[in-house]
Design a protein around this ligand. Structure first.
Ligand code: NAD
Length: 351
C-alpha cells in the first residue's frame, strides 16, 4: 500500500467548511488514502495566534506543499494585513487571500471554464482556461491615501513576473494540446504597464511556434467572452483583469459553483474554487461543492493521480448532466450533502 497523500487543509469561512468537507469525501471515494492536515488561517488563526496568517501556518503550508483551500471572508475596507517575517522584514498585503498566495510564492491562478451540458446552454462545449497572474498589478498592495481628497494605487508590472506567467501559459498549452494563447490587456491606454506585459507575452510566444499567439483588449475580451467565447483557448492576463474575467466566465458556463481553480508556484500549489465564501447561504446546507470538488480533481492531477482525477471529473459531469441532484444555484433543490453523496456514489462505481 502506498503512503497516504499529505494535504494541508484551510477550510475557510462562510460555506468554506461545508464544501471543503464535501471535497474531502469525494477525493476519499476514489480509494486513495489521504493524510489531511488542518492549518489555521483567518478567524481560527486569529483566535489561536492573534494573526489571520501567522508565520507558523505559512511554514506548515510550505512544508506540506499541496493545499486544499475553502474561501476566506475578507471584509470590505478591512482586508489589509501585514506579515512579519523571521528575518525582520514585513510585507503589507491588500487582503488575506492575496497574502496567502504571495506568502506561499504562488504566481499563477489557472481557472478552467468548461461547459456542463444544458446548464451551460449555448456554451455546453466551451473549454478555455484563464491564466491570472497573482503577484502584482493593482492588487500588489501599493495603495495609499495622499490627502483627504485623493488616494492612489500603483499598478505594478515587472518583466520577470510577466515572463513567468507567459511561459507557464505557453508550456501549459503545449502540454495540454491547446492551440492558442491570447494575452488580454489594455496596452492602448496603459502603454508602460500593460505594454510591458504584452511585450513579455510576445517574447515568450516566439519560443513556441507551435502555439498560435494573439492579443485582445480587455474590454473587447469581455465582449468576445460573452458573444464568441469559442474564439479563445488559453487567456493570459494580469491580476485584476483575470479576477474579473474568471467570474464573467463562470457566469457563462452556468454558475460560480462550477468554476474550479488552482494557484501554482515553483515549490507548492493551492487548490480553491473561483467563488467566494457566499455568506448569504452559509450554514444552510445548500452550497454547491462542485467548484471545489473540481479543484480537488486539479489537485489529484498535480500529485500525479491522473486516473482518479478523471474519475472525479466524469462523476461530476455525469451528475450535472443527469440533473436530478442539483443545488439551488443550478436550478435544483438538492442539499450539499445529497449532491456530494451522488458524486461519491458515481466515483465509487467507477473505481
Ligand atoms: P461570492 O462568490 O462568495 O458570492 C457571489 C454569489 O454567488 C452569492 O450570491 C453566492 O451565494 C453565490 N455563490 C458563490 N459560490 C457559491 C456556491 N459554491 N454555491 C452556491 N452559490 C454560490 O462573492 P461575494 O459575495 O462577493 O464574496 C463573499 C466573501 O467571499 C467576501 O468576503 C469576499 O472577500 C470573499 N471571497 C473570497 C475568495 C477566496 O477565498 N478566494 C474569492 C472571492 C471572494
Amino acid at each position: 500500500m502506498s503512503a497516504p497523500l499529505r494535504i494541508a487543509v484551510v477550510a475557510g469561512n462562510g460555506i468554506g467548511p461545508e464544501i471543503t468537507a464535501a471535497t474531502q469525501r469525494v477525493l476519499e471515494a476514489t480509494g486513495l488514502s489521504f493524510d489531511w492536515v488542518p492549518v489555521a488561517v483567518g478567524d481560527e488563526a486569529v483566535a489561536l495566534h492573534g494573526h489571520p496568517l501567522p508565520q507558523e501556518s505559512v511554514r506548515r503550508l510550505h512544508e506540506i506543499g499541496v493545499v486544499l483551500k475553502g474561501p476566506l471572508i475578507v471584509e470590505k475596507l478591512k482586508g489589509r494585513i501585514i506579515c512579519r517575517h523571521a528575518d525582520g522584514t514585513e510585507h503589507v498585503y491588500p487582503s488575506l487571500n492575496n497574502a496567502l498566495r504571495r506568502e506561499l510564492r504562488l504566481f499563477v491562478n489557472p481557472r478552467p471554464l468548461r461547459g456542463m451540458g444544458t446548464l451551460s446552454s449555448r456554451w455546453a462545449d466551451l473549454d478555455i482556461v484563464i491564466m491570472r497572474e497573482v503577484t502584482e498589478d493593482v492588487y500588489a498592495g501599493l495603495e495609499r491615501t495622499v490627502d483627504e481628497d485623493r488616494s492612489e494605487a500603483i499598478k505594478l508590472t515587472t518583466r520577470s513576473a510577466a515572463l513567468r506567467v507567459a511561459r507557464y501559459s505557453f508550456e501549459f498549452a503545449r502540454k495540454n494540446g491547446r492551440r492558442r494563447v491570447t494575452c488580454a490587456h489594455k496596452a492602448n491606454v496603459l502603454g508602460l504597464t500593460d505594454g510591458l506585459f504584452l511585450n513579455c507575452c510576445r517574447e515568450v510566444a516566439a519560443e513556441f511556434p507551435d502555439i498560435v499567439f494573439d492579443d485582445c483588449m480587455i474590454d473587447a475580451t469581455a465582449y468576445a467572452l460573452v458573444k464568441t467565447p469559442q474564439r479563445f483557448d488559453v487567456i493570459v492576463t494580469s491580476n485584476q483583469y483575470g479576477d474579473i474575467l474568471s467570474d464573467l466566465g463562470a457566469g457563462l458556463v452556468g454558475s460560480l459553483g462550477l468554476a474550479p481553480g488552482a494557484n501554482i508556484g515553483e515549490a507548492g500549489a493551492m487548490f480553491e474554487a473561483s467563488h467566494g465564501a457566499a455568506p448569504d447561504i452559509a450554514g444552510k446546507g445548500i452550497a454547491n461543492p462542485i467548484a471545489l470538488i473540481l479543484s480537488g480533481a486539479l489537485l489529484l492531477r498535480h500529485v500525479g493521480a491522473v486516473r482518479q482525477a478523471e474519475i472525479v471529473e466524469t462523476a461530476v459531469r455525469a451528475t450535472v448532466i443527469d440533473g436530478k441532484t442539483l443545488t439551488p444555484d443550478l436550478g435544483g433543490r438538492a442539499t450539499t450533502e445529497a449532491l456530494t453523496g451522488e458524486i461519491c456514489a458515481r466515483v465509487r462505481s467507477t473505481t
